[in-house]
Design a protein around this ligand. Sequence first.
Ligand SMILES: Nc1ncnc2c1ncn2[C@@H]1O[C@H](COP(=O)(O)OP(=O)(O)O)[C@@H](O)[C@H]1O
Ligand SMILES: C=C(OP(=O)(O)O)C(=O)O
Ligand SMILES: [K+]
Ligand SMILES: [Mg+2]
Length: 580
Amino acid sequence: MSQSLNFLTSSSPNFTISKHSYSKPYVPAFNPQFPIKFVRKSIVVSCSDLDSPSPSPVLVSSNGGAGVPEYKWPSPADSSSIEVDAVTEAELKENGFRSTRRTKLVCTIGPTTCGPEQLEALAVGGMNVARINMCHGTREWHRSVIERVRRLNEEKGYAVAIMMDTEGSEIHMGDLGGASSAKAEDGEIWTFTVRALDSPLPDRTINVNYDGFAEDVKVGDELLVDGGMVRFEVIEKIGPDVKCRCTDPGLLLPRANLTFWRDGSLVRERNAMLPTISSKDWLDIDFGISEGVDFIAISFVKSAEVINHLRSYIQARSRDSDVSVIAKIESIDSLKNLEEIIQASDGIMVARGDLGAQIPLEQVPSAQQKIVQLCRQLNKPVIVASQLLESMIEYPTPTRAEVADVSEAVRQRADALMLSGESAMGQFPEKALAVLRSVSLRIEKWWRDEKRHEVMELPDIASSFSDSISEEICNSAAKMANNLEVDALFVYTKTGHMASLLSRCRPDCPIFAFTTTTSVRRCLNLQWGLIPFRLGFSEDMENNLNKTFSLLKARGMIKSGDLVIAVSDMLQSIQVMNVP
Ligand SMILES: Nc1ncnc2c1ncn2[C@@H]1O[C@H](COP(=O)(O)OP(=O)(O)O)[C@@H](O)[C@H]1O
Ligand SMILES: C=C(OP(=O)(O)O)C(=O)O
Ligand SMILES: [K+]
Ligand SMILES: [Mg+2]
């Protein structure tokens, strides 16, 4: 029979506890405003209806470790079962709590990964979120990807969430008349035109999507493709055609972003007035809502206003769905209005591709650090995106510099890392994902081994007294978890808020987040350190804990003696206990 300490927020004298034996003194760092009552009581494990083992995904074939392991998910979940994704469950069983990965992984799906087998390989490889980029492909293509991911989740027990990324209305090239790329050589003259041309396009001709392009550029301007991957100088304007000489050769990719620079600064003429959400974007957003995507990422956000507008639009369109809105930080304006944008959004993407085309490249790392830090302070998940493993589009191993870049993002405790071209059209999507996974695990292990608890000033963000209590509880529980070296934090949360507050503290142990709805569970996929479970639970915490213990034990995910700390948003308490 195990003991638990129930810390209620009412008045009582001091009490000391320690791991397992409760003998070593430990003083929890509670806010003195909330005197704590420590109630010593035991938990009775006699939930007869729950004691029977619940189904778990069965590994049908592992393919000798070479291919995609095949899992079969048994009968649909009933009210007494617990749902966790098959990959996490296998990891937990194999490696135990401590070594589960904390940093989440997002993969852009494209031509090389849209098939069911490739999607499954990514799911097995640790993809938490699949991103579809509405810049490319047709809605039918995207719909089929969404359907395949959904089917995998249902049939094989994964929990991959879906993020739809809007095109935005910045200037970009056309689709190269169907070619997958075009090489621009030094000194070559290319024509950039706003004329609607039929495919195949004349040689060395590029369509531009923005009608004002030919009027806005001036002879002598520098034209940057993809933030400088290829550069041209404008040498002549002939009506709708702009002749340019290539000054930095490189590969032109379909629909690549275009910026133009004059006297060393980005030119923002009428293109700066283009709406953040274009009419095509609105149709894509309608598509995303009706397909029930989990996240909508908005490109080139300039201010909080557009995010607020989109939110009310989503609410009006679908009262019962909760699509999370992710703001992409990739423009000068978004940097100016950073805090208000973060406050207004459900999450942020550091979209370094376009950001690096709008501010000097050497400013991108400090901008990233600042955004990641601010997001954590304001409790919003943050994704670091673009070119993390760019060379792996072509090569099976990353460069040392790329590994260092990934490590740095992990070290900054970003919630998630994202693959773009590496997984969308590269030759080694699974290998690239494996690199993200192994580098994340290595850095996370290193800081645990070195006891590098992240000390960060976390400002109070609560807007009500009740929220303040939740926040204090989570801060204290996370600190206790580190000091007591517990095996896991458990959080019972209906909206996911309390789970995110724990994640914000970046504790040393994994956070098992139990939530009642599938949509909340999928959204938690993006947040650092959270292992989301779907579980029916009641207001009765003791019952919830017993139920969870027996279900998890039956599945081999925890064992007697494991030390856990449990918090919930129904009963504002912290409980410390060994699994009975
Ligand atoms: N749905 C798709 N269909 C075809 N190609 C795609 C698709 N999604 C992504 N890609 C390819 O992968 C590359 C990298 O993806 P991403 O970074 O999302 O787009 P972008 O390069 O436009 O910013 C794209 O440039 C494009 O070549
Ligand atoms: C992620 C980004 O956006 P997209 O790939 O849509 O251009 C980026 O610019 O870094
Ligand atoms: K996009
Ligand atoms: Mg971008």
